[in-house]
Design a protein around this ligand. Structure first.
Ligand code: FAD
Ligand code: MLT
Ligand code: ZN
Length: 488
């Protein structure tokens, strides 16, 4: 690598929330042998799995374990339609599942819902390499799509640590954010059209939106499915824009002594790196320690600092971008905003930096029981939340660590303890989420509500907005069979 440069005592919770999940809704039918035979009949035997399904009934963190007894593998939209029509007519609850990398327990059954896996709907792929418009099946893995686009000079406009497993349909259903949102915007900016199957008695197939960039002839209905968490319908095909693959990517890691300086650096990055800035990621020293202890991953900076920033530029001219990045780093140094910094001199160097950031979720799960948080906050409160929670949790927490997408105000505060701890939970909740809302934030930045945040989902949302959401759910899912006990 090129070396470039030499608290408040908490108050008691004010409201209580039903932290327990809803009991099984007995109006749903239980899956019987006759149903399994019917599924085998219209899908084929190989599409109905009854044994060894724990991968589909347990989430990535291992904290959510459902009780479903069957996984269905439709091969195309028609199969999905047949499943939803059958289940709707027979009042069988269904949970759509993509790559099962979601972090709020949204993709696994709570009780005995049938799992509808999208793993086999991954054949259709077309790409217009002039307009940069992609049409593909919803079961494609994000990284596979990105690799296909790479050969055509393009890339997906978003990226996340789970790219090797998550699917584009799941990404749309969660409105995934990730590490490039600062540059390319959210999926709202890229989605053009969807094929969705409704959970009604006909299994209605809808083709929403179109494959053109500008189309104001109707409401933008595909966007209703962004972040819909499998509540409205099953997405089977996606039409969206991709972006030209950058020819030059520069990564640098900066050591910073105060959070205030991190924010000043962000402001400077936006003005100095402007059109080439593609990521601005944040790690505190507690997550660095957690990475070292649990994964044997070591910092790339020589000096240990309370905060590290991973900044990336993506552009089309290596000399130009390198010059910009170097000038930016020199300015950071001359203004005494950073005390250490390295610019990746090779892709191996960059990979080492990104490995630290992208391994953070794994490092915390290895630390013990992890209480994950994914919230948005105005920058003045971004790290204050960590300090407040550190003070509040005291010795009950094993570790209080923070990483996140500082460039878009999304913090991932993770609190670990040796094992699940009710006393710690009572200290944290609902205090944490109330604090976030009181400070102008959102209790779910990018992971969604799922099961994890259901007890807090009313926080910060007007009742009119929630009522409208429920009305929409009733229109799309009249028999309420899709992904019950969650989000809505
Ligand atoms: P699943 O987990 O299978 O499902 C998620 C939700 O979508 C469920 O409610 C499910 O019912 C629904 N769903 C899935 N497929 C469909 C479909 N075809 N039709 C209708 N509904 C569907 N998230 C971020 O936003 N940013 C990050 O940076 C990020 N990093 C991560 C890093 C790691 C290591 C891990 C494990 C997760 C990370 N996540 C991140 C969370 C997760 O990867 C995303 O939410 C992802 O978009 C989920 O996609 P999936 O295919 O795994 O969906
Ligand atoms: C991340 O940014 O690393 C992800 O959203 C996952 C997490 O919060 O752990
Ligand atoms: Zn994230």
């Amino acid at each position: 690598m090129l070396k470039l440069i030499p608290k408040i005592r908490p108050r008691r919770p004010t409201r209580s929330y039903a932290a327990v999940l809803a009991p099984r809704n007995e109006s749903y039918a239980k899956v019987m042998q006759s149903d399994l035979l019917a599924f085998e009949n219209f899908l084929g035997k190989d599409a109905v799995q009854k044994d060894d399904i724990t991968n589909h009934t347990t989430d990535w963190t291992g904290q959510f374990k459902g009780h479903g007894s069957v996984v269905l593998y439709p091969k195309n939209t028609e199969d999905v339609s047949a499943i939803l029509a059958y289940c709707s007519r027979n009042k069988i609850a269904v949970v759509p599942q993509g790559g099962n990398t979601g972090l709020v327990g949204g993709s696994i059954p709570v009780h005995d819902e049938v799992v509808l896996s999208m793993n086999k709907i991954n054949k259709q792929f077309t790409f217009d390499d002039t307009m940069g418009i992609l049409q593909c099946d919803a079961g494609f893995i994000l990284e596979d799509l990105d690799n296909k686009l790479s050969k055509l000079g393009y890339m997906m406009p978003f990226d996340l640590g789970a790219k090797g497993s998550c699917q584009i349909g799941g990404n749309i259903a969660t409105c995934a954010g990730g590490i490039r949102l600062i540059r390319y915007g959210s999926l709202h900016a890229h989605l053009l059209g969807l094929t969705v199957v409704l959970p009604d008695e006909q299994g209605s197939v809808l083709h929403l939106g179109s494959a053109i960039r500008k189309d104001n002839t109707s409401l933008h209905t595909p966007h209703l499915f962004l972040g819909s968490e499998g509540q409205l319908g099953v997405i089977t095909s996606v039409t969206m824009t991709a972006v030209p693959r950058p020819k030059s990517v520069q990564s640098a890691m900066l050591g910073v002594e105060s959070f205030k300086k991190c924010c000043e650096i962000l402001k400077m990055a936006k003005s100095s790196l402007s059109e080439v800035l593609s990521s601005f990621e944040f790690l505190d020293e507690a997550i660095m320690e957690c990475l070292k202890v649990n994964l044997d991953l070591h910092p790339v900076l020589n000096k240990s600092t309370p905060f590290s920033i991973l900044v990336e530029t993506s552009g089309s001219n290596e000399d130009h971008d390198m010059e910009k990045m170097s000038a930016f780093l020199e300015e950071c140094y001359s203004k005494q905003l950073i005390v250490d910094g390295v610019l990746a001199g090779s892709s191996a160097d960059a990979t080492k930096m990104w490995k630290l950031r992208e391994s953070a979720p794994l490092a915390v799960t290895r630390d013990g029981y992890v209480y994950k948080h994914d919230v948005s906050l105005p920058l003045e409160s971004y790290y204050e939340l960590t300090n407040v929670m550190k003070e509040r949790c005291g010795d009950l927490a094993k570790r209080v660590v923070t990483y996140g997408h500082l460039g878009d105000g999304n913090t991932h505060l993770n609190i670990t303890s040796a094992k699940k701890n009710e006393e710690l939970e009572n200290l944290m909740y609902p205090f944490l989420y109330e604090w976030v809302v009181a400070h102008g934030g959102s209790i779910s930045a990018e992971h969604g509500i799922g099961q994890l945040k259901l007890p807090y989902s009313t926080l910060g949302k007007e009742s009119e907005e929630r009522l409208l959401t429920k009305k929409l759910k009733n229109i799309f899912d009249p028999n309420a069979i899709l992904n019950p006990y969650k989000m809505i």
